[in-house]
Write a protein that binds this ligand. Sequence first.
Ligand code: T1G
Length: 686
Amino acid sequence: MDEVSAEVVSRRMDGTAAILTISNPPVNALSHAVRDGLMIELRDLRDDTSVDAVILTCAGRTFCAGADISEFDKPTRQPDLSTLIAELASFAKPTLAALHGTTLGGGLELALACRFRVAHRTTRLGFPEVKLGLIPGAGGTVRLPRLIDPGAALEMITTGRLINADEAEFMGLVDAVTDDGVVSAAIEFTHEALAEGKRSKSTRDSGRFQEAGIDWDWLEQEKISVQQKARGLLAPVKAAETLIAGLHLPFEEALANERSTFELLKEGEQSRAQRYLFFAEKEAAKVSTLPASTLPRSIETVGVIGAGTMGRGIAMALANGGISVLLHDADRDALERGLAGIRDVYASSVKRGSLNEDVAKQRVALITSSPNVEGLAQCDLLIEAAFEDKAVKRQIFETLNAVAKSGAIFATNTSYLDPSELGLLSGRPADMIGLHFFSPAHVMKLLEVVRTPSTAPDVVATALSLARTIGKIPVVVGICHGFVGNRMLAARTAELEQLLLEGATPQGVDRAFTEFGWPMGPFQMADLAGLDISWRNRRSLGKKADIADTLCERGQFGQKAGMGYYDYRAGPREPQPNAELVELTARLASEKGVDRRRIETQEICERTLFPMVNEGLRILDEGIVARESDIDVVWANGYGFPRGKGGPMFWARTLGYKKVAEALQEWHSRTGREVFRPSSALSALK
Ligand code: T1G
């Protein structure tokens, strides 16, 4: 055993049971040193007659959280995980995994190779590989459906959903759950297993899988459902196909089939993009300019000012993270509507089965309300989520300055206003920060943390700590109009009207976007959000958009009005072409002397996505973000940029910035429109 391996795997005896402890912080990833150390121990223990059982456990906060993702771009060093797992699975003497924390991916595969599994009640288990563009590659798709219901196995592996220990015990994935020390529980379980000659349900099967109870038709239906929801992502589909194929194959062939599919995906662009995003999200939460000694302030109670859509969503996001919330709105009716709306959201989650009823009650109980500002005096953080109007926000912060306790943090959820200005108006510029949530705020992962030049370091640290607590992915951004996401969204949107005038249709543009992998296209999104919001924004800035303005003047505000870019009179889920829009665009094109023609998908993507990449490079060049990858984190978590493409900047790099620059230069020469002028940053890159 080499020096490193000896450190990461240790052995102690408890009677005749050997306890192997892995210690590879922070998450006990199954890096080479761990695999090497375990293999040496197992080979030593295999024939040791003084040892009659082996228990695997981990030090620190979690059992193995998977393979070491950082090793995937390097040559695999032996023993690889499959070899180690085969060694463990072939042990004649009882083997047990003592689970705690987040037992994930390869860590769960290691546990599946053991005869038994004992878990602490707080353990969460899952196969998140599909989120990395992968499938389990060390037996997960083969052993799991042989241990638990194959349908449940397929759902776990194709969604990457984590389950808790009780659910795992119910499914037969773990054999015992304990509220005490998991190693001592495992030792006790070992003694029982040895005494009773307890046999586990074997996950091995030398012949074809002949389990009569399997509903093969249902599994095939589930696979089709996975394909329909995959939106171009390969991993979930391959996971379903591999799991089902593996049930028809002899065990070893099934393992080989799984491994070859895993290796193919690992080398593919989608997994590279998704693994890039995984690390980019971790990086985005690190702010190198914060002094190392900076500590976050304690946040016990948060005041949310404004009980509208955003205020309700923010209140729920905080309650979902276990934080007490005081929802304030001077308008009592608005406050009542806000609370009723929150209760409805939780009730529908419980009804859908996506939220436990007791948990929902706990979260609702965390949200109190008051129409009086005095109630905000004890809040540690006050988040303004009022109407997007400077005068309204100014009045709110002046009031907060009068009632809030010293050291309270002020945050604004503004999308476009300058938090620096609001900080000065509040009288507490050092305590002011922007916390830009994305609607629906209790669902969307992204949180743009807008740092002003006056924001104190510990206020930034507090925002990052809060994001982690409530399960948000923070990106620290500087100040410009629209910060990062909305500023680039404006660049992506700039050509949409011109495309309609030149002959494109909302359906054609939206189809180009969904074929690219977006959850929906820009016109569907506009109709869903409501055209009146951007109409009000345009008028406040003195800007015009002939087509959108005309639709709004006609009261065609989108889905909520039954008409927008689409006609929803047949039902919100059956949008039809808006015949009046067809007539309007043809008339406007004629008036403007615009020749109409068929516009292909590639042109639609170039004229919308290349300008947003160009704007992203300007944003990076201006220092609004610390890293190019921060921009990808914004777009993957706030705007649905397809994760299989890594984000706008990763995608553009994969295409080649030279190609992007040349295409923009061509469109700029052809049209003269500013949106196509290549930024100096882009020109420097090509
Ligand atoms: N490999 C390498 N580093 C990892 C890692 C991993 N699997 N998981 C976490 N880290 C790093 C992370 O980058 C961060 O580093 C630090 O650990 C703390 O993470 C063969 C192929 C476990 C729930 O996908 O979901 O097994 O920033 O801040 O919020 O079939 O990390 O401190 O330098 O996220 O408490 C499958 C991914 C791999 C799990 C903990 N496993 N990790 O969350 O801490 S593929 C995963 C997570 C696989 C097999 C397949 C979370 C966590 P740094 P953190 P956390």
